[in-house]
Design a binder for this molecule. Sequence first.
Ligand code: FES
Length: 349
Amino acid sequence: MSSQENSESLPEAQATAHGAVETAGDPFADPGLPAHKPRIQDIDERAAKRSERVVAFLFFLSMVATIGFIASYVIFPVDKIVFIFPFGHVSILNFALGLTLGVALFCIGAGAVHWARTLMSDVEMPAERHEIAAPPEVKAQVLADFRQGAAESGFGRRKLIRNTMFGALAMVPLSGVMLLRDLGTLPEDKLRHTMWSKGKALINMNTNEPLRPEDLLVGSLTFAKPEGLEEDAEDFQTQIAKAALMLVRIKPEDIKDKRELEWSHQGIVAYSKICTHVGCPISLYEQQTHHVLCPCHQSTFDLSDGARVIFGPAGHALPQLRIGVNDEGYLEALGDFEEPVGPAFWERG
Ligand code: FES
């Protein structure tokens, strides 16, 4: 056929092609879509049933994988390492969590794709470009198309697919809920208490020896921890973060705060070392003024006046620990701190 014959016969072909736009005389006209070929599932109900079972199986597999994820989380210890080819040495817990979650999500996706490709309507529908704001009749058409799509997808009719899909989608978020366990247990009243209690000796943090009043000279600054708290203890950091103590000796006549004087021993006062701003350890002491300075944001506390804040962003005085001396002449606590130590805790009630 010559090119001239070709161009003459084109408009007729366009007029008959599926989805063609009428453009008589246009050599670049839309050739339209090829004729629709029905799939095996469209003409054979047994094939459609087979596809339905495959989709349901994939959704069911997703549910099993989600259960596997939860079981892995409970069963496998965090520190167990195994050799798995070709990954090498891996954490069995991470491997199992990744594998099961991956399978759960993959099966939902694969099920949805298989459902769309084999059972939902695959009739191509050309749509012409139009204004962004759809006129009412188009909106009505969209609604009708949506209803038709819902009917053709068999969503209402194929209850097995629908129910297993809902099951798979509902169970996948359980994986995330399980991970919330890693947030740990609730602190309950642990933030309100420290290791200090009546009769606990004050141990020098540098020498690890119990402190006597005569170990502390006027103007000196000493750090202490509670008796029984060893540096190799598993919870050492947790406990010392609350119980770290700062001791200074001030001439009793220089102590202005009445309660501070009562809670001291021969001018030795014990305060929490944890800054009440955002929790830095306080370490700078100015013996002439009895001020201690937090190095982080320069909050300054007056240790001769109840450790009240005289400068900086800290919102509260440092908590004081009431101390005395035991029968053997060592410094000891006479109870726990009366306020929770640390930053901004009191505002939280
Ligand atoms: S933490 Fe001490 S001033 Fe900010």
